[in-house]
Write a protein that binds this ligand. Structure first.
Ligand code: HEM
Length: 317
């Protein structure tokens, strides 16, 4: 006998409700966990400079497994640090069949990001790729899907419009970025990063006529305001770029091999020494400082206001 309308409707509503509750509970649990870790970090003593990577894990005491550059058939991504992990054999060297859960654990051990970040980002990546975080695997090149997580105006890759292969470092851009440091020893500061991100966004806008045509952009265009960049997708450049200031301390000496060769230098250890790792809350303070310092975004917004208002522009998206 076919199930009654009431049974079908009740099942659908029940399952929908469970999903909705789970979707609300997960971020709340993550937020509480992250705040607890941030609090713990505020009081716990820092790890010794040369002992941030846990004992027994790749990179402990600054001893990184052998670096082997990728072959033409290896899978590589638009993320220099995930590629570096594969180049050192922390991920499979061919860059294939990595579980999202393994990405979580290994990124945490290698870079001392907090467990909350290491859960959130791979989970987000799995969602964006329409995979299951708990059971599925991915190849590094899967992350190159344009406007999924990969996006235009990056510091280390030219736009997909100019080069669809997002797996290889863009030497000219990286050299320019490394030369932009105004800190001690030419290291990268927060304002250097804001300046270079602004420059990349302006370049992309001028030379890439597909720039800004993301679903994100269309969906969120109407919410554009004085403080927000063109699209939330582009805020991601700011997130990934900010790892260079936090985890790598902006040190160009280390960033050169990391970005150009996707190699972790001998004896390198993460600059974040808190035992709870770099939490999302703490990371956010750097990201906000960098994003709010991008003067091109303010100039654009003022230009739009002069041209007749942000609302009009949003209608034209
Ligand atoms: C946890 C898993 C991670 C995922 C899924 C991921 C994913 C990505 C993706 C998709 C991009 C390309 C963004 C773009 O188009 O500009 C990217 C870029 C980048 N990521 Fe990752 N990443 C992860 C972890 C990390 C970690 C741990 C670090 C640093 C220690 C890092 C540093 C960077 C940097 C520096 C860039 C280049 C940004 C640019 O070119 O503007 N990522 N990442």
């Amino acid at each position: 006998m076919a199930p009654s309308f009431v049974a079908v409707a009740a099942t659908r509503l029940g399952v929908g409700l469970i999903y909705a509750i789970a979707n609300v509970i997960l971020p709340i649990r993550l937020l509480i966990w992250d705040l607890a870790l941030t609090l713990y970090n505020a009081f716990a003593p820092l790890l010794p400079e040369n002992k941030v990577v846990p004992e027994g894990r790749p990179g402990a005491n600054g001893l990184w497994p052998q670096y082997i550059p990728p072959s033409e058939t290896d899978s590589r991504s638009c993320c220099p640090m995930l590629n570096a992990m594969a180049n050192h054999g922390i991920f499979p060297r061919d860059g294939r069949n990595i579980t999202f859960r393994d990405m979580n654990t290994k990124v945490r051990e290698t870079f001392n990001f907090a467990p909350t970040f290491c859960f959130f980002v791979p989970h987000y990546a799995a969602d964006m790729l329409n995979r299951n975080y708990w059971t599925d695997k991915f190849d590094l090149s899967d992350l190159n899907a344009h406007n999924c997580i990969e996006h235009d105006a990056s510091l280390c890759r030219v736009d997909t419009f100019h080069n669809p292969d997002q797996s290889k470092p863009a030497r000219r851009l990286i050299e320019e970025f490394l030369a932009s440091g105004t800190g001690p020893n030419g290291d990268i500061t927060t304002s250097d990063l804001s300046r270079m991100l602004g420059k990349r966004r302006a370049e992309s806008k001028a030379k890439n006529n597909q720039y800004g045509q993301t679903t994100f952009h269309k969906l969120f265009g109407a919410s554009k305001c004085v403080y927000l960049p063109d699209s939330p997708a582009f805020v991601l450049t700011c997130y990934s770029g900010s790892t260079l200031l936090t985890i790598c301390g902006g040190r160009t000496k280390d960033l050169r091999p990391m970005l150009l060769e996707e190699r972790i230098p001998d004896e390198w250890q993460p600059r974040i020494r808190n035992p709870g790792g770099l939490t999302m809350a703490t990371f956010q303070t750097t990201v906000i400082k960098v994003e709010l310092g991008i003067k091109e975004e303010v100039e654009d917004t003022l230009r739009l206001l002069r041209m007749g208002g942000i609302g009009d522009d949003a209608k034209n998206q």
